[in-house]
Design a protein around this ligand. Structure first.
Ligand SMILES: Cc1cc2nc3c(=O)[nH]c(=O)nc-3n(C[C@H](O)[C@H](O)[C@H](O)COP(=O)(O)OP(=O)(O)OC[C@H]3O[C@@H](n4cnc5c(N)ncnc54)[C@H](O)[C@@H]3O)c2cc1C
Length: 389
């Protein structure tokens, strides 16, 4: 099904980190054929990571987030949303009516922000794209009270900026803040810092709905209503797969690919749009930066080299910046277990910690405000008895 095939005309759908990485890898591997990148966005590729950090706070401009892409070696077409795929005819359809043929297709259409607004409601803010920034920043500077729905990484990063701007901030979630991602011990550290900065946390076991028949004026949960000048939702993402619905890929939720990122013999997918079927049958989607890079590399190599390409192992590495804490995590943190504290400096708020699994072997490691090469952090997450520094 996926033998090595000579490629002369590769099309990439998407214009972000997975798309850019795939293009770079193709050219670095000596691919000399036509290479077309179709992006729905009107910006040249940029990193989303600083959007909720330095860009939202005004410390950096979107121009500083540009990703390296050579428009000489890649035909980058901006503002070109792809609306359909005919995988039998090997062609994608663009919103402007163009049909573009390919002999290899790389799907990197990523994800968009999930929203809670009902039809007819406006004024729910989200942060996913550069185009979300201007209106959100304008509202941030005009508002006094803000509700952030979602206490995951994104919600906490947004809340951080809101507090630095002096806003009255409430963060609301059905789960305890960051608990599922960072476990009890580490999430408690972040929550303590957030509360010290004035953030109020609200638990809404039964979920949250938006108030207002027209413009959103706050949130409702249980029997409580909470008015706010600004409501920002950070409640997860939805993979952009609608354009595949009439193809034989028929993605539901995300495009399921194998470990070499193949969805079909001439189509690979990578990044937030993709979910990998693991050898044990489980399906993992890890919408983080490192996974997008790793999968895009595999996807490009698979198109060129077929089954000789390396597999994309899941990468459980991520980082976040919230309330003055720079946190880096490798591995999967067991939610209820406390870590072994390898180093701590309470005056600096700096920590190096390691979790072990039920078998007693290391399963995760994290740093807080402490520099450590990622390769060492990865080792700490998997090897017992490693000296960290
Ligand atoms: C605000 C923010 C902060 C983040 N911070 C971190 C962090 O600190 N650490 C971390 O590990 N990860 C972070 N992430 C996650 C990380 O940015 C994503 O995992 C990464 O951007 C995924 O890259 P991608 O290329 O797969 O998809 P995306 O970045 O979602 O890009 C998809 C691209 O495809 C385009 N597209 C979509 N549909 C179509 C179509 N039909 N036709 C053509 N083009 C289309 C989109 O316009 C977009 O350009 C953050 C994400 C956000 C939004």
């Amino acid at each position: 099904m996926t033998a090595r095939r000579p490629r002369r005309n590769i099309v990439i759908v998407g214009g972000s980190i997975a798309a850019v990485t795939a293009a770079q890898v193709l050219r670095a591997e000596g691919y000399q054929g036509r290479l077309t990148m179709l992006s729905a966005e009107t910006h040249l590729p940029y990193s989303r990571v600083p959007l909720s950090k330095s860009v939202l706070s005004g410390a950096a401009d979107i121009t500083t987030c540009a990703l390296p892409i050579s428009t000489e070696s890649v035909d980058v077409r901006l503002g070109q949303p792809v609306v359909g795929l005919d995988d039998q005819a090997h062609c994608v359809h663009v919103a402007n009516g163009d049909a573009i043929n390919y002999d290899g297709l790389i799907v990197t259409s990523g994800a968009r922000a999930r929203r809670l607004a009902r039809p007819g409601q406006s004024g729910e803010y989200v942060l996913r794209d550069a185009s979300d920034i201007p209106a959100l920043v304008e509202r941030l500077f005009a508002a006094r009270t803000v509700v952030v729905i979602g206490a995951g990484f994104l919600g906490m990063e947004i809340a951080t900026t809101c507090t630095t701007l002096g806003l009255d901030v409430t963060v609301i979630d059905r789960d305890p803040p960051l608990r599922r991602l960072l476990g009890t011990w580490l999430s408690a550290l972040v929550v303590a810092k957030a509360e010290a900065s004035g953030v109020r946390f609200v638990r809404a076991d039964k979920g949250v709905s938006l108030l207002g028949d027209g413009h959103v004026s706050g949130v409702a949960y249980d029997d409580v209503t909470l008015q706010a000048d600004l409501v920002i939702s950070a409640v997860g993402d939805i993979p952009n797969t609608e354009w595949l619905q009439r193809s034989r890929l028929r993605a539901a939720g995300a495009i399921v690919v194998d470990q070499q990122c193949f969805a079909s013999p001439d189509i690979v997918a990578a990044g937030d749009v993709a979910a990998i079927r693991q050898p044990d049958g489980s399906i993992t989607r890890l919408p983080h930066w490192n996974n997008a890079v790793r999968q895009a590399r595999t996807a490009a190599l698979s198109l060129l080299h077929g089954r000789d390409a390396p597999i994309a192992e899941p990468d459980h590495y991520f980082w976040t910046d919230a309330f003055g804490m720079q946190i880096k995590v490798c591995g999967r943190i067991p939610e209820q277990h406390d870590p072994i504290i390898l180093e701590r400096d309470d005056t600096q708020g700096s920590y190096l910690v390691q979790w072990t699994g039920s078998d007693g072997n290391p399963s995760a490691a994290a740093t807080v405000n402490r520099k450590l090469p990622v390769v060492k952090l990865r080792r700490l997450a998997t090897d017992a008895g490693v000296v960290a520094t």
